[in-house]
Design a protein around this ligand. Structure first.
Ligand code: ADP
Ligand code: ZN
Ligand code: ZN
Length: 666
């Protein structure tokens, strides 16, 4: 009797044996259709054991071995096995989330993938001559062999993309494939276009979660079969099996969207590092504002640091950064007179301004002037945001919506006030103040789809005529690597809030956002100015920003982290529980904390369970328990022990829990 050991997409830490007699030759790595419960499932053959723990008559026969793709390779299994053990997730879940959804369908008719579209590619432009810094960077990285991790720290506009393109070209010339990871593909349509233009004859696969099922399967197969030589994708692309992989590039490596926030909570950047070391490849992590984790590794010599300190276009200077102390200023709608004047000057000169306010909607809350009523979400521990344009209150956490009430639901008072300020309110006020200006708002409400976003970008680029944009109001969506040639002023308002936020990572993120958004100013031949309104003009974050000195601020933050015992000087994991009652969630966590005796893991610290900052979401109460250790292997050993216990722990009704390793949000 022949047996296949099969991994299935189930939240269970085990594999399943099936009989495969009569199904033809089997190989580890092929997909297999098997009966499961009352239905069928697609699994992956992970072993062909000579016998099973189950008695022969208990083994169910599998239904079909699928041969439309070659078997998944050993590298792929190793990568998934690592993710499974590092993130404490069942192997079957990891293996199957790595496949495109189309390959997990049990009905054959649905498995047919579409044909690749023929894209028309514009004629290749001549290669720009590299700057001296770029040339050195390319030379240093292209010469490397085996596992070689680089941190490419390049100021905004320093031409990191050009460096990636040269490294990709060198990789292709060696007959290998290149994998380029990007945070969010929809935000960077220009990058895709640049790659196609540079490599018009090279099949390039694009992989992200918003692709239609057939397209995702087609692109994945092209990559897996080695037809696609360049693969560009979001975090999920890190799991793509690539037979001839020769280079990994992680663009904007600091971006939090590399961390998956549900399901298997992996970091694609960290997985990329593992993959490069396991497959002995060079890997480039690029950013103008590297994560502190990566910066610390570069400082300690684990990564080779390569810096681009100048902008690539020789005439493009880094913008001057001005701090406006607003403590003694009269603000109108959050805007000071000097900032207003600066916008007016740009308008007169026919140049563009960008006002950065990282809060969408009209106002963060609606409140009653007569009683204490505020627009709380019924399902979450959060306020519902006023969206005046469509007359709705909306919870940004769970999506609950309702019409803006005409009168206070509690006391009937008709005088309800939107409190605070979001991008819509700023947009409306700027439109009143500058009736002749064309104003464009860019946030997740105005750019919901890739199409809308591309249309907005197109408008921003239009230089002259009635369609031109004078003032942009936007959130961090505008911060990601775009060239806005006419943009000469960036104003940042409301940034102070993140300085003293409860989340200790907030300043790191604020710094990155401000640095990126400031980097939009003055990219072509017009000098740029950045005006930051603040009540804390002496804060080191702003001083470093003013000096364009990322390394200095990184040192400051790292010193603080070391002192406080925060990552990257300690390693953390979080156990989270959600239940109908907070008490149940906390009780579960208390029981969980007591599962493994402290003496067994002396170097692992367990904190007390506490309610999460967003303590209720979707009507579920949420609590968390932090564990940490100065040693990653010790933490890993503890987590492995702990999870075994957790899986056996009795949970009250409807309680759900998950374990997150290296959490980035608290
Ligand atoms: P970054 O990603 O580092 O912010 P980009 O790669 O977007 O920078 O490059 C910024 C601008 O400089 C782009 O318009 C790009 O076309 C241009 N550029 C890059 N390298 C060169 C070069 N060697 N010569 C001339 N222009 C360049
Ligand atoms: Zn009221
Ligand atoms: Zn809600």
């Amino acid at each position: 009797m022949s047996i296949a050991r099969v991994a299935l997409d189930l939240p269970l830490n085990r594999l399943f044996d099936y009989r495969i007699d009569g199904l033809g030759p089997a190989t580890v790595g092929l997909r297999i259709r098997v009966p499961f419960g009352r239905g069928e499932k697609i699994g992956i053959i992970v072993d062909l054991p000579s016998q099973s723990e189950l008695a022969p008559e208990q083994l169910k026969p599998a239904l079909e071995i699928l041969r439309d793709t070659p078997p998944l390779p050993a590298d792929f299994f190793r990568l998934c096995a690592f993710a499974s053990s590092y993130y404490q997730a069942p192997l079957g879940e990891v293996l199957l989330q790595a496949l495109p959804p189309g390959l997990k369908k049990t009905r054959a008719s649905q498995r047919r993938a579409g044909k690749a579209m023929a894209t028309t590619v514009p004629a290749a432009a001549p290669l720009p001559e590299l700057t001296a810094e770029q040339a050195q960077a390319v030379a240093a990285m292209a010469a490397s062999q085996g596992y070689a991790p680089f941190l490419l720290h390049g100021v905004t506009g320093s031409g990191k993309t050009e460096v990636y393109l040269r490294l990709i070209a060198a990789t292709l010339a060696r007959g290998r494939q290149a994998l380029l990871l990007v945070p969010e593909i929809n935000l960077t349509p220009q990058l895709e276009a640049r790659i196609r233009q540079r490599f018009p004859d090279v099949r390039t696969a694009i992989l992200h979660s918003e692709l239609a099922e057939a397209a995702r399967e087609r692109e994945w197969k092209a990559a897996f079969l080695g037809e696609a030589r360049i693969v560009v994708g979001t975090r999920l692309a890190i799991f793509t099996p690539l037979p001839a992989l020769g280079l990994i590039v992680v663009d904007e490596e600091h971006d939090p969207s590399y961390k998956q926030q549900d399901g298997i909570r992996y970091s694609a950047r960290d997985m990329a590092i593992y993959r490069a070391s396991a497959e002995r490849l060079p890997i480039v992590l690029g950013s103008a504002t590297p994560s502190l984790e990566s910066w610390a590794r570069a400082q300690s010599g684990r990564y080779t640091l390569i810096r681009l300190k100048e902008r690539a276009v020789s005439s493009a200077r880094l913008p001057t950064v001005r701090l406006l102390d607003t403590r003694r200023m009269q603000l109108t709608q959050g805007i000071s007179a000097p900032l207003l004047e600066a916008i007016r000057q740009r308008l007169m000169a026919g140049e563009q301004s960008l006002i950065f306010l990282n809060r969408r909607g009209y106002a963060p809350v609606l409140s009653c002037t007569a009683c204490a009523w505020v627009s709380r979400c019924q399902r979450c521990a959060a306020n519902m945001v006023v969206h005046l344009k469509d007359q709705r209150l909306r919870c940004h956490h769970c999506g609950l919506e309702m019409r803006i009430p005409r009168a206070c639901p509690t006391c009937g008072n008709q005088d309800l006030h939107p409190f605070g300020r979001g991008t819509q309110r700023l947009e409306a006020w700027l439109a009143e103040t500058f009736p002749e200006a064309r104003i464009l708002r860019v946030d997740r409400d105005s750019a919901k789809s890739k199409k809308q976003w591309e249309a907005l970008l197109e408008q921003i680029h239009t230089g002259t005529g009635p369609e031109r944009v004078d003032i942009l109001v936007g959130t961090q969506m505008l911060a990601k690597g775009h060239d806005f040639p006419r943009l000469t002023l960036v104003g940042a308002v409301g940034a102070d809030a993140a300085l003293f936020a409860a989340d200790w990572r907030a300043p790191e993120r604020l710094f990155a956002q401000l640095m990126q958004v400031a980097g939009r100013a003055g990219r072509a031949d017009l000098p740029g100015e950045v005006i930051i309104q603040t009540e804390y003009p002496d804060h080191p974050l702003y001083a470093a920003l003013q000096a364009h000195d990322y390394p200095r601020y990184a040192e400051t933050l790292l010193a603080e982290r070391r002192q406080a015992g925060f990552p990257p000087y300690t390693f953390q994991a979080m156990l989270r529980a959600e239940a109908a009652r907070m008490e149940d969630a906390l009780d579960f966590l208390k029981a969980a904390a007591a599962l493994v005796p402290a003496e067994a893991h002396p170097e692992v610290l367990r904190y007390d369970p506490v309610p999460m900052r967003l303590s209720r979401l979707w009507s579920l109460e949420r609590a968390q328990l932090l564990v940490e250790s100065p040693s990653r292997p010790r933490l890993q050993a503890f987590l492995a022990d702990w999870r075994t216990g957790l899986e056996r722990l009795k949970t009250p009704n409807r309680l759900r829990w998950h374990l997150e390793v290296d959490p980035i949000e608290f």
